[in-house]
Design a protein around this ligand. Sequence first.
Ligand SMILES: Cc1cc2nc3c(=O)[nH]c(=O)nc-3n(C[C@H](O)[C@H](O)[C@H](O)COP(=O)(O)OP(=O)(O)OC[C@H]3O[C@@H](n4cnc5c(N)ncnc54)[C@H](O)[C@@H]3O)c2cc1C
Length: 463
Amino acid sequence: MAAEPKPATLSADEVRRLTELVADERRVPTAPAGTRTPGIEDFCRDAAVLLGADAVIRDAEALDKASTDWAHMSPILAARLPAGRAEVVLRPSRHELVPAVVALAHRLRIPVTPRGKGTGNYGQAIPLRGGAVLDLTGCDRVLDAGDGWIRAEAGAKMSDLEAHARSLGQELWMFPSTFGTTLGGFLAGGNGGTGSLSNGTNGDGFVRELTVVPCTAEAEPFTVRNEAALPYIHAYGTTGIIATATVSLQRARAWTGLFAAFDAWESATAALAALVRLEPAPRLVSMDEPGLVRTFAPDPALDPDALSLRSIVEERAEPEARALVERHGGRVLETRPAPRGPALISSLSFNHPTYHLMKAEQGWFHLEISGDVLLGDPSAVKAVYPDTVLHLEGMRAGPVGMLMARYEDPDTVYRGIEALNALGVGVHDVHQWYVDRRVDLVRATARTTDPLGLINPGHLLSA
Ligand SMILES: Cc1cc2nc3c(=O)[nH]c(=O)nc-3n(C[C@H](O)[C@H](O)[C@H](O)COP(=O)(O)OP(=O)(O)OC[C@H]3O[C@@H](n4cnc5c(N)ncnc54)[C@H](O)[C@@H]3O)c2cc1C
């Protein structure tokens, strides 16, 4: 079985280095509004011939929209925005059109930033050096599927892939809480989601095959399979444009949503840990403190004054899951069948509680956290920052989650990360937009797939 999705843990030295980089604007010169890349007019003219005039978009509103993502969820990144502006948006209608336009960008030395739905929350879709944004949402065909796999264009929605798989009696290994985002964006910018409990991250065997367009003179697409796909996963496109992807399916299960309430952290986390080990395995187990539950849309399955434990379990395992909750002192508020129950639970997972909290009130920041220490008495973890609230996701190898707290300043955030590490909490820093997983592999690959550093420039730091 694949390894579980743990946010990468940064050492104190790495945290310090990233802090310095974030403070050092000169490392990544950005492209403010009005910047013109030499050759951009020729590029737009020739791109219109390749893609059709309607697919080459230059109106101000479209350029602004294509230049932002969800980086503003981080107050540290928000202070650096706007950080770059597209000079043109290209919207190819099928993946076969991508190589010619990338070859054109290579010939004219135009930066190209691939883009799905723009929901990445590290600023990884921001075109820091301007140039072209390659919006792949028009390349959204599901191409083929078989036993255990589905193949689609990069702009296909994860929700469409799941629907297609279910029509064949199968389902995706995993999808993010941003269910309508693109396959390419999830693979190049995301990490995991519903299904990761037992299937790990999107770098743990989910990807069977990728067709990648390199930024070279010919931009000849090539295919990578299994482990060889790793340099393109969570690399923000810096190693090439994903044109199509084949990802793993499993036999469809009959899921139901179980919603429970607890009064104490220790009993709720004990139930979460037990649910994670349930057989057959749940698709998702999430938990929130009342301070987060109160920011969700009111629902009888969510008690705003209690800890909320939610799980997508197989219908046949529901009696056992219910008994398990009650054994740990919890109350089952509701079991809500598919599609509504599981859909609500997925939509409140991973970064969505952060989103709801920030929507309800300004002034928060968040960190991705991990470690068994989160299952025990949370008081030391909660004492690191003011007004900390916690969201947990159950995984077979230990919990991951989100820590949200009142924002003071960057120094306080980074000092807190060191304090959390000292408590045994793994932290993934969400306040910087540089590739931070498999960095050496990504750099080595990009040397051949993007020798001029034109794809999503500024997001891959040199060694
Ligand atoms: C509220 C909220 C909840 C979230 N929940 C989750 C979650 O559960 N799990 C999770 O993993 N993430 C989550 N995210 C992050 C984000 O939703 C995922 O990264 C998402 O799947 C990105 O898809 P997208 O289509 O929006 O990609 P974009 O944001 O457009 O792009 C993401 C990155 O991939 C690159 N890229 C896009 N398409 C391609 C391509 N075809 N080839 C190469 N590079 C490409 C972009 O340049 C960018 O660097 C969440 C974000 C928010 C704001």
